[in-house]
Design a protein around this ligand. Structure first.
Ligand code: PHE
Ligand code: FE
Length: 295
């Protein structure tokens, strides 16, 4: 793509996003982004106040993960050694590259779908550079560096999740051609962002949206309100989701191998079927489905 096409594409992208959000603008600075929307992290530019806010966010969340996050997440999080300051992505990338061949790339915020998929397909995870403001401690509309890093990066150290996410990226590029984007996005939402996993110790969270949230991390495991349903690819891809409240349904995997294996088959026939079927509301429980109970 030439520099000019790039500028046009970015403007189109920002316009779409502006129309979606109530404020009308995206928070990040996109002026310095390259054709892949990558920027320099500029770690030295973070202020002491921002590092202090990160420490508070980290401390609150790290205290909540034992007994609530899956073991794979907890182990990798500890190894990241990210409690004291906003992490330097280059340093994390070195460790991650050794473990699973992934690297982090710094981005100004949300990026276009095909850009996001291309990064994942090449084992690059886009991480937003900016941190929320103190008044957004509990809730933030756009993903920031705390959500992206704390929520997503630990499981990139897991070989199965790492491979799955690359396949997801390749699948995304394919979904764009097949008109399956909406359905595939629901899969990401209900797994990578809000997934639960059954373990020998009980139900645990592995989704980044849950693990970076002060409230939902407890809610998703203990509240009687939401449904908890065994993971099924096509069911998930046919289900609407909530973006401005806690989830009304969580889908539960047995292990990451199940997630990998059940998303491996060709989705082409699924996209075709779902084109003609009415999406299910976020709080559905279908005949034959079991709502997994919590004590
Ligand atoms: N199997 C999917 C397809 O054929 C690709 C995919 C893999 C999607 C893993 C999500 C996760 O399109
Ligand atoms: Fe996320």
């Amino acid at each position: 793509m030439g520099a000019n096409d790039m500028a046009v594409e970015q403007q189109e992208f920002l316009k779409t996003l502006a129309e979606k959000s109530d404020g009308g603008t995206l928070r990040g600075d996109y002026t310095l982004a390259d054709a892949q929307y990558v920027v320099a992290q500029d770690w030295d530019a973070y202020t002491p106040e921002q590092h202090a806010l990160w420490r508070k966010l980290y401390a609150r969340q790290a205290e909540l993960v034992p007994g609530r996050a899956c073991e794979e997440f907890i182990t990798s999080l500890a190894a990241l050694d990210a409690a004291d300051a906003i992490p330097n992505f280059e340093q994390t990338s070195e460790a991650l590259q050794k473990a699973t061949g992934w690297r982090l790339v710094a981005v100004p915020g949300l990026v276009p779908d095909h850009t996001f998929f291309e990064h994942l397909a090449n084992r690059r995870f886009p991480v937003t550079v900016w941190l929320r403001e103190p008044h957004e401690f509990d809730y933030i509309v756009e993903p920031d560096v705390f959500h992206d890093f704390f929520g997503h990066v630990p499981l990139l150290f897991n070989p199965i999740v790492a491979d799955h996410l690359q396949q997801y990226g390749l699948g995304g590029l394919k979904a764009l051609k097949l008109g399956g984007l909406k359905n595939l996005a629901r899969l990401y939402w209900y797994t990578i962002e809000f997934g639960l996993i059954q373990t020998a110790q009980g139900l645990r969270a592995y989704g980044a949206g849950i693990l970076s949230s002060g409230g939902e991390i407890e809610y998703c495991l203990t509240s009687k309100e939401p449904k908890r349903i065994a993971f099924d690819v096509e069911r998930v891809m046919n289900t609407l989701y909530k973006i401005d409240s806690y989830q009304e349904t969580y889908f539960v995997i047995r292990d990451f191998q199940q997630l990998f294996d059940e998303t491996a088959p060709d989705f082409t026939p699924i996209y075709a079927r779902l084109q003609d079927s009415e999406s299910l509301p976020a709080n559905s429980l279908l005949a034959g489905e079991i709502n997994i109970s919590v004590a």
